[in-house]
Design a protein around this ligand. Structure first.
Ligand code: HAM
Length: 429
C-alpha cells in the first residue's frame, strides 16, 4: 500500500476544531477595520516576480531566498505573494484608486515564504493587512496604531508591547548607512558571517541580528534616530505626542529596521512574550516612496499586517473561546418513512430559522447509534422521529445537555416555535 500523502512542510491545515476560533478572530478584525473606514480589497495570490523584487528589495531575505518563484507555461516568472503590500499598491495604481483621493484598505489571506518552519513561522501563513494612501502626516500613523491597539482590546489580548522607530527619509537613511558601514568596517572581526555578507548588501539589517556574540558591537553602533532629517524628526515627535494623547504606551526601539526595504519614517511592531521566539503579532510602517517607485503617483502610504497564526495561538494560549459551532439540534429519524418526514421537517425549520444549526442524521443506523451521534455532536436538543411520531404527525424533542430537561412531544409548528425560542432569533419574514 502506498504511504498516505502529507501536507507540504510549513503549510498547515486549519482543522474543524480550530476554525471556530479563526472565524471569531476574523469577524472581530473585520468589524474593527470597518469602524475605522477601511474597505476590503481582494488581491491575487500570484504576481509578477519583478513586483516583489522592486518593492520588498533585491537584497532582502524574502527576495533573495524565501520566495516561491516559478516560470508559468509562457515562461513568465511569477511568485506566490510573500506579503500583501506590493500587490495592494499594484492594484491601486492599476485601477486609478489614488487619483485625488485617499484610500483606507484591508486585505486578508495566505502569504508564502520559504522560511525555516518553527513554532509561529510557517511557509504558508495568513495575514490581515491594512493600508492607507494619500495621507502624509503622523495623524494617520497614530490612527492605524490606535486601530491595532483596539484590536487587541477587543480580542482580550493584554500583554503586547508597541515598539516604535523612525527610519527617516531615504536621504537621511543613505547618510546613516555610510556611517554605519564605516563603523562596522572598523570592527569587521566582531561580525558573524551573515553580517559580514550583509555589510555589502543591506547593512541596516545587521542591527536586527539576534546573535548574542554581536551584542557588544551592536550596542555601540551609531543610532539612526540620532541622525534623522528634520522633517522625519518632527513627524516622529508628533506621532509620539498623538499616541500619548490617545493613551497608547510605546517603547522606542532604535534597532527596529524591518526586513522589507520600502519603509521610511515610522516603523512599528507589536510584540508579545507569550509566543516564544516568534513574538511579533503585527508589524508595519510608512512607505512614502513605494507608489512612485512602482510607477504610480507620488502618494504617501502606510500600513501594517498581522499574522493570524500567531494571533490564533495567542488567543488559544489565553483561553479565548471561538464562536460556538455546535449544532442547536440533531435530527434523529429511524425508518424510511421517518427519514422522508425528517428531511422535509429539517428543510422547513431551516427556512423558518436561518440561524438554526440543525444537523440531520444521515447514513442510517438504529436509534441507539443515532443517539450516540447526537450526543457526540454537542447539540443541545435531539429531534426524534420514529414510527409512532410519523403515525401521529408529531416530533419528540429531547434536551441533551440538561439533566433535568423533560422530553416533549410537539406538533411540527410547536417544535419550530420551541427551537426559535431556544435560538433567541427572529424568524424570517
Ligand atoms: P512582515 O513583518 O513581514 O510585514 O509580516 C507581518 C506579520 O506577518 C508578522 O509580524 C507576523 O505576525 C506575520 N508573519 C510574517 N512571516 C510569517 C511566517 N513565516 N509565519 C507566520 N507568520 C508570519 C509585512 O508583511 C508587511 N507587508 C507589513 C506591512 C503592511 N507594512 C506596511 N503595510
Amino acid at each position: 500500500m502506498s504511504k498516505p500523502f502529507q501536507a507540504i512542510r510549513g503549510m498547515n491545515d486549519i482543522l474543524p476544531g480550530e476554525s471556530a476560533l479563526w472565524q471569531a478572530l476574523e469577524t472581530t478584525l473585520r468589524e474593527v477595520l470597518a469602524t475605522y473606514g477601511y474597505r476590503e480589497i481582494r488581491l491575487p495570490l500570484l504576481e509578477k516576480t519583478e513586483l516583489f523584487a522592486r518593492s520588498i528589495g533585491e537584497v532582502t531575505d524574502i527576495v533573495e531566498k524565501e520566495m516561491y518563484t516559478f516560470a508559468d507555461r509562457n515562461g513568465e516568472s511569477l511568485t506566490l505573494r510573500p506579503e500583501g503590500t506590493a500587490g495592494c499598491v499594484r492594484a491601486c495604481i492599476e485601477h486609478g484608486l489614488l487619483h485625488n483621493q485617499n484610500q483606507r484598505l484591508w486585505y486578508a489571506g495566505p502569504m508564502f515564504r520559504y522560511e525555516k518552519p518553527q513554532k509561529g513561522r510557517y511557509r504558508q501563513f495568513h495575514q490581515v493587512g491594512a493600508e492607507a494612501y494619500g495621507m502624509a502626516g503622523p495623524d494617520i500613523d497614530a490612527e492605524l496604531i490606535c486601530l491595532s491597539a483596539r484590536l487587541w482590546r477587543r480580542l482580550g489580548i493584554r500583554d503586547v508591547t508597541l515598539q516604535l522607530n523612525s527610519l527617516g527619509s531615504s536621504a537621511a537613511r543613505a547618510a546613516y548607512r555610510d556611517r554605519l558601514v564605516a563603523y562596522f568596517e572598523a570592527r569587521r572581526a566582531e561580525l558573524d558571517e551573515d553580517s559580514q555578507r550583509r555589510l555589502a548588501t543591506n547593512p541596516l539589517r545587521i542591527l536586527d541580528s539576534k546573535n548574542p556574540a554581536m551584542r557588544g558591537v551592536l550596542a555601540e553602533a551609531p543610532v539612526l534616530l540620532d541622525h534623522l532629517d528634520a522633517e522625519s524628526q518632527a513627524h516622529f515627535e508628533e506621532l509620539r505626542t498623538l499616541l500619548d494623547a490617545a493613551g497608547i504606551a510605546h517603547q522606542i526601539n532604535p534597532r527596529l529596521v524591518r526586513g522589507l526595504d520600502y519603509y521610511c519614517k515610522t516603523v512599528f511592531e507589536w510584540v508579545t512574550d507569550a509566543l516564544g521566539a516568534q513574538g511579533t503579532i503585527c508589524a508595519g510602517g510608512r512607505y512614502d516612496g513605494l507608489l512612485e517607485q512602482l510607477g504610480g503617483p507620488a502618494t504617501p502610504g502606510i500600513g501594517f499586517a498581522l499574522g493570524l497564526e500567531r494571533l490564533a495561538a495567542l488567543l488559544a494560549a489565553i483561553g479565548q473561546p471561538g464562536a460556538d459551532a455546535n449544532p442547536h439540534a440533531y435530527l434523529i429519524a429511524a425508518g424510511a418513512a421517518a427519514q422522508r418526514r425528517g428531511l422535509a421537517l429539517a428543510e422547513r425549520l431551516r427556512d423558518q430559522w436561518p440561524a438554526l444549526r440543525l444537523r440531520m442524521h444521515c447514513g442510517g443506523g438504529g436509534f441507539k447509534a443515532q443517539f450516540r451521534r447526537a450526543d457526540q455532536s454537542g447539540a443541545r436538543f435531539a429531534l426524534i422521529l420514529g414510527e409512532d411520531e410519523v403515525r401521529t404527525g408529531v416530533v419528540a424533542i429531547k434536551p441533551l445537555r440538561d439533566p433535568d430537561g423533560q422530553q416533549l412531544t410537539l406538533s411540527p409548528d410547536q417544535a419550530a416555535a420551541f427551537l426559535g425560542a431556544a435560538l433567541d432569533a427572529p424568524p424570517r419574514s
